[in-house]
Write a protein that binds this ligand. Structure first.
Ligand SMILES: Cc1cc2nc3c(=O)[nH]c(=O)nc-3n(C[C@H](O)[C@H](O)[C@H](O)COP(=O)(O)OP(=O)(O)OC[C@H]3O[C@@H](n4cnc5c(N)ncnc54)[C@H](O)[C@@H]3O)c2cc1C
Length: 385
């Protein structure tokens, strides 16, 4: 037990007591990293309750309205919310991606305008990175922001897979501002209001019937100088900072898997399948791997310096998302043909878990990152940049 353990235990106890006592807004469900369209109003109400009770922005510094919680406390929060089938906030993009980036790169004015209103649930954000021809190869993105004479830019392009875009108030946009420059200086980063003229959002229906993704078209969209996050040409650095935070957040989702496995064991007993040796073996293997991953996550975030070990977290993101998919597949083994027609929650989990190994960097790309940046193996061949 580390010296911080009693503090974490106290935090967990207070969190559990609050979560047990709180009267949930009607219709609140665990929608995962992003609410579907119909969840958005209740997600805002939930975020407001978290803010009022001091549970919003756990990782953010206190001076920016957050709680300044340690990584171990954040993990405890993730587990306690999972245990009660509750989401952690409005959306991962809003509270876990936007916040740290605006804190690191934003002006005082941007921090005042965006941080606390987001924690209060008044602002929801979407991430405008991926394009039809640029996902893993993000540096190949084509959306252009051309400087205008009077200051500011005009943006044109097409984004895709933008989670939460139909109800988002602001977008986190990366666009080319200097096509001649090498990757490091080619892009700039903007905080763009989604209701600005020229932005059209076309929702996409997912495999599980929910609407979380969208295509976003930008047609001569005016970007003001105050929309710029960081400096002109600093967009690649800002985007990579955000992707690093995203991988940490996605790896943290593994903390919810043990709860899903517990639910499955209960269901297996109810369905008379808990004696099935194959199910027992698969379940036990997954629980063991989930526990190992949980401890690896703890080792990565509870470091002597207090700074997360990003090398280990890369491995956690890779393993956690693959495990999520295998846990998602297990209900079918329990319920058999009743699976698809029966508990809709299980079928949805199995379907949405397919995306876990793609979001925030696919498994193959994650393996490249680990081999090159963690193990120091030779870089794979790349085009000129
Ligand atoms: C649930 C979910 C939420 C998302 N939310 C957002 C969002 O809010 N905003 C946003 O901008 N994007 C979002 N995305 C998009 C996501 O970032 C991209 O899907 C991802 O980066 C992969 O890009 P791609 O889909 O273009 O696939 P591609 O890059 O075309 O990859 C296709 C296949 O080729 C493989 N591949 C590609 N390059 C290599 C390589 N160098 N070596 C080996 N294999 C390779 C990939 O692993 C993959 O299997 C989301 C995706 C998911 C699944």
């Amino acid at each position: 037990m580390t010296t911080a353990a009693p503090q974490v235990a106290g935090f967990r106890q207070r969190a559990a007591a609050w979560l047990d006592a709180v009267i949930r807004p009607a219709g609140l469900r665990d929608y995962g990293a992003t609410p579907a369209v119909q969840d958005a109003p209740v997600a805002r109400a939930w975020q407001r309750m978290l803010f009022d009770a001091g549970w919003a922005g756990l990782s953010w510094p206190v001076e920016h309205g957050g709680r300044g919680a340690s990584a171990a406390e954040q993990a405890a929060w993730a587990e306690e919310t999972a245990r009660r089938n509750l989401p952690r906030g409005t959306s991962l993009t809003s509270t876990e991606l936007m916040g740290p980036s605006v804190i690191a790169y934003g002006t005082a004015q941007q921090q005042r305008a965006f941080l606390e209103p987001t924690l209060r649930g008044e602002l929801i954000w979407c991430q405008l990175f991926s394009e039809p021809g640029a996902g893993s190869d993000l540096a190949g993105l084509r959306t252009r922001a051309v400087a205008t004479e009077g200051g500011g830019w005009l943006a044109d392009g097409r984004k895709v897979w933008s989670s939460g875009a139909p109800f988002a108030d602001y977008g986190l946009l990366i666009a080319v501002t200097n096509p001649e420059a090498p990757t490091a200086g080619r892009f700039s980063f903007f905080l763009v209001p989604m209701r600005r003229p020229g932005i059209e959002v076309r929702p996409l229906v997912q495999l599980d019937g929910q609407v979380k993704f969208s295509e976003v078209f930008l047609d001569n969209v005016r970007l003001e100088p105050g929309d710029l996050l960081g400096e002109v040409g600093q967009g690649w650095e800002v985007a990579n900072h955000m992707l690093g935070v995203e991988r940490l957040a996605l790896g943290g989702h593994a903390l919810r898997l043990e709860e899903e496995l517990r639910e499955l064991a209960t269901a297996a007993t109810r369905l008379g399948r808990s004696g099935d040796p194959v199910f027992r073996q698969d379940w036990t293997r997954l629980l063991t791997e989930t526990r190992v991953l949980r401890w690896t996550f703890s080792r990565a975030v509870e470091t002597p310096t207090g700074k997360p070990d990003n090398r280990l977290l890369s491995v956690v993101k890779l393993a956690a998302t693959q495990l999520e998919q295998r846990v998602g597949d297990l209900p079918e083994a329990v319920a058999g043909p009743a699976f698809a027609a029966g508990d809709a929650g299980w079928a949805a989990r199995a379907l949405t878990s397919r995306g876990a190994t793609i979001a925030g960097g696919s498994t193959e790309v994650q393996r490249n990152i680990i081999s090159e940046r963690v193990l120091g193996l030779p870089r794979e061949p790349r085009g000129a940049s």
